[in-house]
Write a protein that binds this ligand. Structure first.
Ligand SMILES: [Zn+2]
Length: 121
């Protein structure tokens, strides 16, 4: 089954017709409607363009709440939604914060701040 995340990589789609890169899997390009989409490996770093703090999470995340649900604009193109377990309140994060993907056993795409401990790769 196809998905965003596999083996520590983020996978998306690239439109052969107009070049749009997207992390949203679909049958047709959201910009030009072309059906000629190919798999494209997405950048693992980007910046936060929107976020909200969730206090009432789904079952899988009960032990992590509160956490941030984020929309990240990836460096190479495409936007992806994910979550940040290290962000507990609004003041912990700001729009434009640099983040990097961090693989996790949890469902979804987990991000951490680029400046968080453990960075370096
Ligand atoms: Zn297109």
């Amino acid at each position: 089954m196809k998905g965003y995340e596999e083996g520590g990589r983020l996978r998306g789609l690239r439109c052969r017709h107009c070049g749009l890169i997207t992390a949203t899997w679909g049958l047709a390009c959201s910009r030009c409607g072309s059906l000629e989409l190919e798999e494209h490996e997405l950048a693992l770093r980007g910046k936060v363009v929107a976020y909200t703090i969730l206090h009432v999470p789904g079952d899988e995340f009960l032990n992590d709440a509160p956490y941030a649900y984020v929309v990240v604009a990836l460096d190479g193109g495409g936007q992806i939604t994910g979550w940040m377990p290290t962000v507990k309140q609004e003041s912990d994060l700001e729009i434009g914060q640099r983040v990097r993907y961090s693989s996790s056993y949890k469902p979804g795409v987990q991000f951490v701040k680029e400046t968080d401990a453990g960075a370096g790769g």
